[in-house]
Design a protein around this ligand. Sequence first.
Ligand code: ARG
Length: 570
Amino acid sequence: MDFKTAVASEILTAMKTAFEGAELPEIETVAGALEVPPDTALGDYAFPCFKLSKALRKSPMMIADALAGAIHADFLGKVESVKGYLNFFIDKATYAEKVLSLALEAGEAYGADNSGAGKTVVLDYSSINIAKRFHIGHLSTTMIGNSLYRLHRFFGWRAVGVNHLGDWGTQFGKMIAAYKRWGDHDTVANGGVDEMVKLYVRFNEEAKENEALNDEGRAWFKKIEDGDPEALEIFNWFKSVTLKDAERVYDLLGVKFDSYAGESFYNDKMEPVIQILRDKGLLKEDQGAQIVDLSDYGMPPALILRSDGATLYMTRDLAAARYRKDTYNFDKSLYVVAYQQDLHFRQLFKVLELMGYDWAKDCEHVAFGMVSYEGQSLSTREGRVVYLDDLLHEAIGKARAIIEEKSPELENKDEVARQIGIGAVVFFDLYNNRIKDIDFTWERALNFDGETGPYVMYTHARACSVLRKAGSEAAAPDFGALTDPCSQDVVRLIEQFPDILKSAVNRSEPSMVTRFAVDLAQAFNKFYYENKVMVDEAGTRAARLMLTDATRQVLKQALYLIGIEAPERM
Ligand code: ARG
């Protein structure tokens, strides 16, 4: 349980006594209605009783009066009924005691409720393209998706992570043609995606001089479409080589998927979609192509079939959406994809709606901004591509050097360097509101003092070290020692953690958790600087250790939820 829920539970108990037989609201509703008054003279928390007037058929004033007389919980301190509000004046020491005890009792589950129980969310994230290298343009989708996956599970949802592979398109016919002409098995098997890209580049170069090559490419693509065994074998092998490369990056990042059903998976699932569109009179011919006219909704038409009968990205996404609904019966379906595809998703959801699927409203495009690197945009054409595995290994290397300098005695340096390096990159990626463009710079990602992953991780390790040195503490905590502003700031943040997590999941915004982690780390460091933990007075020491322990636990959990490991020593 968290603090707000504890307050709400007391209000409900009082309601039972004061209004016997009345229908009680949900505890989440009561907790959600609690307010922090703008002026502390009005109390530390307030409950607006007008929210109950309709159900209880009484004026807010009468409700507040009755409830004030019926609440007896010590931790709520003084309770006043003022103009239809129930105001609580909570004593600072009791507040600290209650918040920290609740957090530590709940342990890893602190902040979670069962709001997702029985519900399913499908998350489409990372969704890389076959035969292309994993570059930092795919970092945000991977890490936002991973965090949303963890957050939903934390709240009891069943989460299905889908890597909607970009594994369809005429380029794969060209790649096979190139492979048949110039490639050999071992070179591609050992060189991975890089070798495939080389083949593709060579194909396009030579095709400029030799038009016949393009026919060859088309012919191979036709073979893939027709399910020719040789074509499929080579194509599937390209896929597995790409995935093996990507898998290394996913392992480093600690990211997992439940399904790799990509675009080609829907080859045999588009016919029904086209049929439904036709039956509903939604399909129109436009210069030989089949489209859905969306001009009534202020959008260009959705392209369903090209004039040569080929299906498109849109056609596959329509089939994928239906398949996901049929297979997982989701309550929510999220697409974590760059904002450049905003129009595509608006069109997709509109066509689903026109097809008569009321679940179209449960589909959402979780858009995010662009990543540039050290001030340079990432344009493949100009060759300034930053590959994710290079970036991650560089981060690990830099973290290793910092460890060597700061803590040469550390035992498992390689392991910790990996955690810090990866954590720095991930934290940086998830630090800003997702829609903002970000510029990745080493200076800001790896700074141990700034608002960075290493800073938060370091604060967590510091809390661990304080606790380790203290050993087990037998004395009863004196919560009176936690009434100073610095301690109270930490307590308040710990109290707010559950609400932050709820907002983060409701708004699909992991950065709320990232920001929170920085706030808590800063507040704790301030507390630590102002207050000595290991004082002689046993009650004070025990209380400060308890605050340290709760901070450690919450920081660890916050980092986990954004996809970062928290080493205990660094
Ligand atoms: N492969 C696409 C890309 O890299 C992203 C796919 C997103 N998912 C989807 N269902 N359209 O841009």
